[in-house]
Design a protein around this ligand. Structure first.
Ligand SMILES: Cc1cc2nc3c(=O)[nH]c(=O)nc-3n(C[C@H](O)[C@H](O)[C@H](O)COP(=O)(O)OP(=O)(O)OC[C@H]3O[C@@H](n4cnc5c(N)ncnc54)[C@H](O)[C@@H]3O)c2cc1C
Length: 449
């Protein structure tokens, strides 16, 4: 476990456009830090999508249980408050020709987005959220042919994606170099800071004890697990590691997860006419491209264009699983701007208002894992979303609650269920390997299961 002294390489400020917008709406008053020892049934470490969705489902299923959530900084300080907002179907990393499995995965993730929409509506949460679809553009003739064939196959299995070209594509977006795109009409976009913060009163109404500015700095496993925080201890019958990219720093999954710094930029809010000029249609929540170092962007409810990826420069690995970014992102931002201008040349005139960095939890197969471990089977976890976790981390609460209840049959056939993560060597091989591989190939290290 990290000692407090090492916290500076664990946590950094959230500088995202979402965080700034939340700040502009008014001062946030954090939940009190934990100040005295307590006993509970379940202690959740981490206040992002995984932590809040698990607290929500557990508290609803087991209203009699005492549930505590400890967040080191403020809720949504991690990736949940720093992402591009793309609410996507599918489990990243799964490649299959099995149409039954494909439909199963699509149905599960679509139901996850449906459940999130229901939660927002039923709990009257004010969260900017749209669900008009996202596209994956293809930029190479052979890949375009393959994508068109795939879309047809998937659609024959009842998955509602379609391949669009020509005017159909131009209506969604005029992306230079795009030969076509796979359109997923049930994907969307969401403001993660708003969502996680709006969850706090919901959780408190359900009786969850939320503590912010409460880093867990020690975990002692046993039938009862003791969590140490700077001012008090929590004794819990079970815990949930909801710390995603921070998990290796908490002492778990060190050989399975690589925290990767990922940079994003956002424009200032743009008027509808500016979007029109840029060539981004009103009915498109977000896009990504067909490269290994994927470029991706989205349109926020306030009209900002968020953009990231597109080259090696947009990502970085810090020695020793560092999750706080202390580097200089100038080169990364310049490379990202170049890619953005290539796809949407008119964006060259638009001012960039925000630049930020967050940590994604990369697994070698890209597939995440959700389950329970430990001698006493009381350490629950969900992590390793590899940059695609908005849908899955919000679904994780339901999965973990079912595992906790012993009623998890409906998840067992899914690739993330108790997934064993592929081995990533320790330092210094990890650092050298990542940098050598990415420099030589221009790609990110990946292995199939
Ligand atoms: C730049 C970027 C862009 C992304 N874009 C997308 C996207 O467009 N679409 C998509 O689907 N996914 C995207 N992702 C991934 C997605 O945001 C994550 O998979 C998801 O938010 C993970 O949620 P989480 O709750 O598991 O982790 P996090 O949100 O990281 O939450 C973990 C929390 O644990 C806290 N914590 C850590 N250590 C401790 C400790 N010792 N004690 C107490 N608390 C602790 C942290 O402060 C943090 O708040 C992106 C990620 C990044 C960084």
């Amino acid at each position: 476990m990290p000692k407090l002294a090492a916290m500076s390489s664990t946590f950094d400020e959230n500088r995202s456009a979402w965080w700034a917008a939340a700040g502009a709406r008014g001062e946030y008053v954090p939940a009190p830090a934990l100040s005295k020892d307590l006993d509970c049934d379940l202690a959740i470490v981490g206040g992002g999508f995984t932590g809040t969705s698990t607290a929500y489902h557990m508290a609803r299923r087991f209203p009699e249980k005492r549930i505590v959530l400890c967040e080191a900084r403020l809720l949504a300080n991690g990736a949940s408050g720093r992402n591009a907002g793309l609410l996507l179907n599918w489990v990243n990393g799964v490649e299959t020709t099995d149409l039954e499995l494909a439909r199963r995965i699509y149905d599960v993730t679509r139901a996850g987005i449906d459940a999130l929409a229901t939660r927002i509506r039923e709990q009257s949460m004010e969260v900017p959220f749209r669900r008009d679809g996202c596209i994956e553009i293809v930029t190479d003739p052979a890949r375009a042919e393959a994508a068109a064939r795939d879309a047809e196959r998937l659609s024959s299995a009842g998955i509602p994606v379609r391949f669009v070209t020509g005017n159909g594509l131009a209506e969604l977006g005029r992306f230079e170099g795009a030969l076509g795109a796979t359109f997923d009409p049930t994907a969307g976009q969401i403001d993660g800071v708003c969502l996680v913060r709006a969850m706090r009163p919901v959780l408190e109404r359900l009786g969850v004890h939320v503590h912010e500015r409460t880093p867990v700095i020690g975990i002692e496993e046993g039938e009862t697990i003791t969590l140490t925080t700077p001012s008090a201890r929590v004794r819990a019958k079970a815990i949930v590691l909801a710390t995603n990219a921070y998990t290796p720093r908490v002492g778990y999954f060190r050989s399975g997860v690589v925290p990767l710094h990922s940079h994003l930029l956002a424009t200032e809010p743009l008027a509808p006419e500016a979007w029109e000029e840029i060539g981004w249609g009103r009915g498109l929540a977000g896009f990504s491209d067909d490269f290994d170092r994927i470029a991706y962007g989205s349109m926020t409810a306030r009209g900002e264009l968020v953009f990231g990826g597109g080259s090696n420069a947009a990502y970085g690995y810090g020695f020793g699983n560092g999750t706080a970014y202390r580097g200089d992102p100038t080169r990364a931002i310049a490379a990202m701007e170049k890619t953005l201008h290539r796809y949407l040349p008119k964006t060259a005139k638009v001012r960039i208002a925000h630049r930020w960095t967050g940590a994604v939890a990369l697994t070698l197969s890209r597939i995440c894992t959700m389950g329970v471990q430990g001698k006493n089977r009381n350490v629950y976890f969900a992590l390793g979303y590899s940059g695609h976790g908005i849908t899955l981390a919000n679904l994780a609460g339901e999965v973990l609650t079912d595992i906790y209840s012993g009623d998890d049959a409906r998840w067992r056939d899914l690739p993330f269920f108790q997934q064993r993560l592929l081995y990533v060597p320790p330092e210094p091989f990890r650092w050298v390997g990542y940098h050598a591989y990415t420099a030589l190939t221009g790609r990110s290290p990946r292995r199939s299961l």
